[in-house]
Design a protein around this ligand. Structure first.
Ligand code: OAD
Length: 262
């Protein structure tokens, strides 16, 4: 069975890593971007660019409020897929989890699996998670760089403060990577070296449609890693993979963990 092949590759790897996308949070109730019920069917992707944020911060924030509500408006928590990956990382089978998601659920899962099994809640948990596209739970002042929790700032925007501004007078930006914006340099560099060093690499719940994250699995595979893809639909990288497994992540990942850890 192909999950067994992946389990064996991870067990035998000196270094293994994963890249995740919106599909891993779908079982938590957060919509994906593409495919059935994808948010880019309901919202115009072109309105969420860095250029628009700079030229029309008011309009950008008005649209971003609606997008934030559509994506993160419900109550959501990590699912069995996040927790299986977090446990594999905690137990040393995965070096790190690179994610395109901005929902913070991998960091939550890292805390969940550590709270359950160790006395001290780990503040380093997030170190094992490389958030390539930032984190939508924060905003950042574009002048002074101060980071704030997003919820109260979004509430101010909902009350009509468009765009919401920092005490210093600067405009807040959701602390996520917008289209047309660079990824945080240190994070993408670390992800690239992980991909190069990995003997096994998993791409999970992503259509692999957006660069530069989409290139990581191919980089891993061309530098010798066994590449496994776990995704409901086809991805841009299927032909480079040793294993393509089509199953819900909340089913597939706990089984993968079971096979690795016994
Ligand atoms: P996509 O929405 O493009 O892809 C999600 C993939 O997950 C799809 O291929 C689905 O088939 C799959 N999927 C959905 N539910 C699943 C489940 N329960 N189990 C397994 N697979 C499932 O999301 P991403 O690839 O993450 O960028 O999108 C990449 C980037 O595009 C995002 O980070 C965002 C977006 O525009 C920025 O905001 C910069």
């Amino acid at each position: 069975d192909d999950i067994e092949t992946l389990a064996e590759a991870i067990r035998n790897a000196d270094t293994a890593a994963a890249l995740t996308g919106a599909g891993i949070s779908a079982p938590s109730g957060i919509p994906t971007f593409r495919g059935e019920d994808g948010v880019w069917d309901r919202f115009d992707e072109g309105q969420f660019t860095y250029g628009r944020f700079r030229s029309d911060p008011e309009g950008f924030w008005a649209d971003r409020l609606e997008l934030q509500e559509a994506m993160f408006g419900g109550d959501y928590e990590p699912n069995a897929g996040h927790e299986a990956l977090a446990a594999l990382e905690r137990d040393g089978h995965l070096e790190a989890i690179c994610t395109q998601n901005t929902d913070g659920l991998h960091a939550d899962a890292a805390a969940v699996v550590r709270d359950a099994d160790v006395d001290e809640p780990s503040v380093e948990a997030a170190e094992s998670v490389l958030e390539l596209h930032g984190n939508a739970r924060r905003v950042r002042c574009t002048d002074c760089g101060r980071r704030r929790e997003a919820d109260p700032i979004f509430e101010r925007a909902a009350d009509g403060e468009l765009p919401p501004t920092c005490g210093c007078g600067g405009v807040f930006k959701p602390d996520v990577v917008l289209f047309g914006e660079q990824l945080p340099g240190a994070v993408i560099q670390r992800a690239r070296s992980l991909a190069r060093e990995s003997d096994a690499f998993l791409a999970i719940g992503s259509s692999l449609a957006v660069e530069p994250a989409a290139s990581l699995p191919r980089q891993a595979s061309s530098s010798g890693a066994t590449l496994g893809i776990v995704n409901l639909e086809s991805t841009s990288c299927d032909e480079a993979a040793a294993v393509v497994h089509r199953e819900d992540v909340a089913e597939a990942l706990p089984r993968l963990r079971e096979l690795i850890e016994g």
